[in-house]
Design a protein around this ligand. Structure first.
Ligand SMILES: Cc1ncc(COP(=O)(O)O)c(C=O)c1O
Length: 454
């Protein structure tokens, strides 16, 4: 009989994994979870400092979600939303989502993942501009270091070489503009506001060069997550939105990580004063217990799409599992728990302590920059604090810290730019925050010890 480890190496093709290394080292097996903790196959308890992939907001044993799924499985395990079909959980979920969305958002379209949400948003933007009779207005502006997913359109918008190389991406018209990252790219003595002004001016310049009549939308994560937890500099979104408004360019807020309390409000857009025309969401929508995503659309976009669909005969897009009743029931229950337990209020309450512990890491010899908002944060590791020079790429210093943290009972994630990310379940308490950052400190000390000159 093959062990699980052997079967994994033989049969499983892992996403975002070094394939040869995987053949050598095999899988990291997680067997069960409770609260903010998971257990590996050796019986080790680990604090899940990344909520899986920025998603398991209610931790790993929320009985209300298990019960909601069980009830719905028993009542109706599948139905679709094509050709006027619907179900009670899908209807109630769309109502709740639209009601909690920013002003102007009036419709909700279900998909199964963040990537599908982004791909669908792009299609809707194109459809909208076709409806308005401006077929040349199709290019999407994204930012370098952005992560918007992996499907063909979403993967084209993602601004990370490791997610595009070898895949012939980008494959849709896209322009990547500068990453807002003050620690790396603000000039000496430049204030955050001045830096934001410079970024907005550069954006406008690129729009003018391409021709505003060719640019359909700008897509942005309120806080860039997988690209290294980049918190926007002061004034950034205000200035960017002013430029977009001048050129009739839509704003797609990619809320796949920030949505549902991560930054201390329902949406990252709320935290940063963004007035989106469209929003993409997934992950914490169902606390990741089942795959579901949603595209939220403004009334103005919907109205144009409706009249275009009338002309064409049908709104011709959708997925077999979009609005799956069990996923919708679990998402609905997730949103009820957020409200009943005031989870977003809890995030605001815990955030100062969380951020105090994140920012304290700035004093560690390996840490050049510490940053965060709500219950998301990161440290950027540098070889020399004064010059901010990075470690040699081959050192994979952030991966070293991630692996050292695991030895201290903590799951973290290495991100581009020698960054280590923190994104614990929103139900984490103060003692667990301390446990988490004590383990981060131990991991940093271990790695620093190995890097000290002899
Ligand atoms: C901001 C953002 N958009 C889209 C995606 C893609 O989501 P999925 O992995 O569910 O396709 C992610 C995933 O991390 C994300 O962080």
């Amino acid at each position: 009989m093959q062990t699980l480890d052997q079967a994994d190496r033989q049969y499983a093709l892992h996403p975002f994994t070094h394939l040869s290394n995987h053949q050598a080292q095999g899988p990291f097996l997680i067997e069960r979870g409770e609260g903010v903790y998971v257990w590996d196959d050796k019986g080790n308890r680990l604090l899940e400092g990344m909520s899986g992939l920025w998603c398991a907001s209610l931790g790993f044993s929320e009985q209300r979600l298990v019960d909601a799924a069980t009830r719905q499985f028993a009542a109706l395990p599948y139905a679709h939303m094509f050709s006027h079909h619907s179900t009670q959980p899908a209807i109630e979920l769309s109502q709740r989502l639209v009601n909690m969305a920013p002003e102007g958002i009036g419709k909700c379209f279900f998909v199964n993942s963040g990537s599908e949400a982004v791909d669908t948003a792009v299609k809707m933007v194109w459809y909208y501009n076709n409806a308005l009779g401006r077929p040349q207005k199709k290019t999407i502006i994204a930012r370098r270091n952005a992560y918007h997913g992996v499907t063909v359109a979403a993967g084209s918008l993602t601004g990370l070489p490791y997610a595009q190389d070898g895949f012939d991406l980008p494959a849709i018209p896209v322009i990547h503009v500068d990453t807002p990252h003050a620690y790396r790219y603000a000039e000496n003595g430049e204030s955050e506001q001045a830096y934001s002004t410079r970024l907005a001016e550069a954006l406008e310049q690129q729009i003018l060069e391409a021709g505003a009549d060719t640019i359909a939308a700008f897509i942005a994560e309120p806080v860039m997550g997988a690209g290294g937890v980049l918190v926007p500099p002061a004034g950034y979104f205000e200035k960017i939105q002013a430029v977009l408004a001048r050129h009739d360019i839509l704003f797609i807020a990619d809320e796949v990580i920030c949505g549902f309390g991560r930054t201390g409000n329902a949406w990252g857009s709320e935290t940063y004063g963004i007035k989106p025309d469209m929003m993409t969401s997934a992950k914490q929508l169902s606390s990741a217990y089942l795959p579901i995503g949603a595209v939220l659309v403004s009334d103005a976009i919907y109205d144009a799409m409706q009249s275009h669909a009338d002309k064409l005969g049908v709104f011709g897009t959708g997925n077999t599992y979009g609005g799956h009743p069990v996923a919708a029931a679990v998402a609905l229950e997730t949103l009820r728990i957020y409200e009943d337990d005031d989870i977003f209020g809890q995030v605001r309450q815990r955030s100062p302590h969380f951020l105090e512990r994140v920012n304290a890491l700035q004093n560690h010899p390996l840490v050049g920059n510490a940053r965060g908002v709500g219950l998301i944060g990161a440290i950027e590791l540098v070889a020399d604090k004064d010059s901010r020079s990075p470690f040699p790429a081959a050192d994979k210093i952030a991966v070293q810290v991630m692996l050292a943290a695991r030895q201290h009972g903590l799951i973290l994630r290495a991100a581009p730019g020698d960054t280590v990310a923190f994104c614990p379940p929103l139900i984490i308490n103060d003692e667990q925050i301390d446990e988490m950052f004590d383990a981060v400190t131990d991991a940093l000390n271990d790695v620093h010890q190995q890097h000290k000159p002899a």
